[in-house]
Design a protein around this ligand. Sequence first.
Ligand code: FAD
Length: 380
Amino acid sequence: MNFDFSPEEIQIRETVARFAERELAPLAEWVDAEDELPEGIFKTLGGMGLLGLTLSEEYGGAGGSLMMEVLATEELSRVSPSVALSFGAHLNLCVDNIARNGNERQKAKYLPGLASGDLVGAMALTEPNAGSDAVGIQTSARLDGDHYILNGSKTFITNGPIADVLVVYAKTDKSRGPNGISAFIVEKGFPGFSVSKKLKKVGFRGSPTGELVFEDCRVPAANLLGKENRGVAVMMSGLDFERACFGSVGVGLAQGAFDLALKYSKERFQFGRPIASFQMIQSKLADMYTQMQAARILVYWVTTLAEQGKRVHKEAAAAMLFAGEMCVRVAEEAVQIHGGYGLMLEYPVQRFFRDAKLATIGAGTAEIRRTIIARELLQD
Ligand SMILES: Cc1cc2nc3c(=O)[nH]c(=O)nc-3n(C[C@H](O)[C@H](O)[C@H](O)COP(=O)(O)OP(=O)(O)OC[C@H]3O[C@@H](n4cnc5c(N)ncnc54)[C@H](O)[C@@H]3O)c2cc1C
């Protein structure tokens, strides 16, 4: 497989890397400490063309490749995983989903605002009693004239507290299990929709995570995304690429932690020598680098296959599994290389350590990823 990036992919990687270093790096600690995103970040990312990266030009997009989205996500994650997570929830989970499954009216209505950053996007699937068991959701949607009436609640929703447009999954027919779920485009101003809580987290602080409530929430029937009772098809439509993208958060985050550890190992002296001169530290750095590169190649491989339209369920689950667990290991070793300073809040490496854990939980836990891989292996 050829990983020669196109000139546009190289350019987006360099542009986002430069932006992250210049604009985000000075704010990353503030984002974590204050639990706030940088002011106007969506407008800024929209102005750079990043929020409509994969959209066609008629919707205000750049017509870019999936690989461009993965590279942009990786570069943002290297500096501020929190900004990267909110970016991914907006673009990958909301914008790309509406672009794939929306009708012309829906795309014309929502995509230009989402691409410019005037609107913030989110995707709401998880509920207090339905996480890994996603098709066990209880939020209901009942057709009443030309509106659906939604009732229920969602939790852990990235961008939930600030989102203007949300892709929401609800049961339109509770008797039909997975074949009774539908997807909807919900605007924050729809009557009956509210954000009940902004959740406090140990990692990915700054990226707002919320609980949402639907109380007789009136959603126009025209906002059904895809067909009624075919919500699982909407959910599955971009799943392989979504997993690759989440894997790229892990790769970028690990790179950020690794860069800090490498630098520190050359600056910290013990026994009259830089700690980088000790073989055990060298061994850690070599292992961290090797694991990171392996995960990166897995993520690029799955992205390339997804871009070719191939069905890559187990490959995507494997990439996200490996990248997620690698990211936790690398971030932990990065702290280890910092010794006691690694646990001090003024050293940024602890932020990567706290952020890393989500990489084995979000977008399907490590256990569920293994289940998907094993199921396909055994079916084959
Ligand atoms: C910061 C953050 C952001 C998130 N953003 C979003 C978002 O934007 N939109 C959204 O819809 N959701 C979001 N989520 C939710 C996320 O996808 C879920 O947390 C995840 O799917 C796991 O669900 P759960 O937390 O309910 O854990 P549970 O499903 O309750 O799992 C608990 C434990 O049991 C294990 N387990 C469960 N079932 C099995 C099984 N069959 N076999 C083996 N082990 C099993 C799990 O692996 C885990 O270890 C977010 C979560 C977090 C923490």
